[in-house]
Design a binder for this molecule. Sequence first.
Ligand code: NAG
Ligand code: NAG
Ligand code: NAG
Ligand code: NAG
Ligand code: NAG
Ligand code: NAG
Ligand code: NAG
Length: 420
Amino acid sequence: MAKAHQIVVGSTWGIRNIFQSLVAILTTTLVVTAIYLTQEGEHWSHQRNKLNSLSKCNLFSGKWVFDNESYPLYKEQQCTFMSDQLACEKFGRKDLSYQNWRWKPHQCDLPRFNATALLERLRNKRLVFVGDSLNRGQWVSMVCLVESSVPPTLKSIRTIANGSLNIFKAKEYNATIEFYWAPLLVESNSDDPVNHKVAERSVRVQAIEKHARYWTDADIVVFNTFLWWRRRAMNVVWGSFGDPNVVMKRVGMVRVYEMALRTWSDWLEIHINRTKTTLFFVSMSPTHQNCNIKKYRAHEWGGVRGDNCYNEKDQIREEGYWGNGSIPSMMRVVENVIEDLNGRGLKVELLNITQLSEYRKEGHPSIYRKQWEPLTEEQLSNPKSYADCIHWCLPGVPDVWNELLYAYIFHRSLTSDTKN
Ligand SMILES: *[C@@H]1O[C@H](CO)[C@@H](O)[C@H](O)[C@H]1NC(C)=O
Ligand SMILES: *[C@@H]1O[C@H](CO)[C@@H](O)[C@H](O)[C@H]1NC(C)=O
Ligand SMILES: *[C@@H]1O[C@H](CO)[C@@H](O)[C@H](O)[C@H]1NC(C)=O
Ligand SMILES: *[C@@H]1O[C@H](CO)[C@@H](O)[C@H](O)[C@H]1NC(C)=O
Ligand SMILES: *[C@@H]1O[C@H](CO)[C@@H](O)[C@H](O)[C@H]1NC(C)=O
Ligand SMILES: *[C@@H]1O[C@H](CO)[C@@H](O)[C@H](O)[C@H]1NC(C)=O
Ligand SMILES: *[C@@H]1O[C@H](CO)[C@@H](O)[C@H](O)[C@H]1NC(C)=O
């Protein structure tokens, strides 16, 4: 009897507990929703549909749409900190339609880039781009995208760390947008930001701290590295450069890339403060030439064999086009390393810009940029021989990479499960 009674009492308590839990869950849900609604503020109602569709949307699958109403997002001449490497109009390019393209994901629209909102988000914070000249181009683009919203006296640019770290500062916001030169992420004999052309590239594949100390405590870090690895093999050095007792070995491209990215990811796992720092990795930027193996690849998109991006004015229209300059096995390495890190509880978002940039064979500077070295007679008589089909004109393709970054910064719910 007593036992049965106890059981009844017990089950009454059970029901009461469940009821109380339900009330607690409901209350929590309401409070969380209320906080969420308040945070989203006045934009909530008209942004809600957009947000819902964004979180389910693969931002990297879509098409380019001609839009000369909204694009370019800034004028080349008005960007105070434009780079002569990327200022195609200034260096004589006449066909300017490369500035007028909007990226339209199939399933949604990209949110509109709002420089003030981004600067607000970056108040008292550091956004740091780390990588090679393509990442530097994305940094210049980001600076151009926001700087028109900052009055001249309230912005500055300076360079420290022997030229490796470039810092744009919006003083009113105490916000910085920085670029750190580390083309292979790990230490290499190409780490000098100006004099980095070397006959034999050597890499200290296990050493990253010399670079990492400049960005480990940043709030948002955007990495890239690909272009400088594109050679059959590379010298890997154990020990210091210049040490006569150094151990050196040639290692094939994919393997050495993976070794470097493992060093990078191990560093992140140990040193990154997960509550503070948000991490991104920009996938490889396609070239419409091939710098070391084969320079002319126009036949890949149906052009004349022996040509490259020189004189190209249109995009590649073939959906899913993938040139031989973009190496899938290297992309797999990046995916695997990032997936492992995610598995260890550290999130890195992959900004998958490769496919969307593949279409833009007309978006490169070609011959319309500053030449750091004087051209020879022979080059001048054959312009495609010195055309730059690697970097991108600004305004142009990297602005869209930054719009994608912007979408992630503001809508963190865009996680990996929405990528496919
Ligand atoms: C990158 O995007 C393209 C185009 O949507 C897709 O084919 C590819 O699988 C994506 N790669 C990754 C790693 O998400
Ligand atoms: C946009 O392009 C269309 C078609 O080429 C042209 O008619 C129009 O004048 C352009 N508008 C602007 C603002 O440049
Ligand atoms: C841009 O963002 C700022 C700050 O959040 C906001 O006040 C402004 O209305 C936004 N502008 C547009 C055009 O949405
Ligand atoms: C300015 O921003 C930096 C981070 O870039 C931060 O360490 C510093 O505390 C900020 N200064 C103020 C006065 O908030
Ligand atoms: C700058 O370069 C010099 C000479 O190579 C070196 O001694 C110094 O440590 C470097 N400074 C920084 C901050 O990297
Ligand atoms: C990590 O960052 C958060 C937010 O900035 C800060 O409160 C916390 O003290 C940091 N943790 C460590 C171990 O530095
Ligand atoms: C890439 O190279 C392979 C092998 O050389 C070739 O079969 C393929 O057609 C090339 N791709 C393009 C887009 O030309």
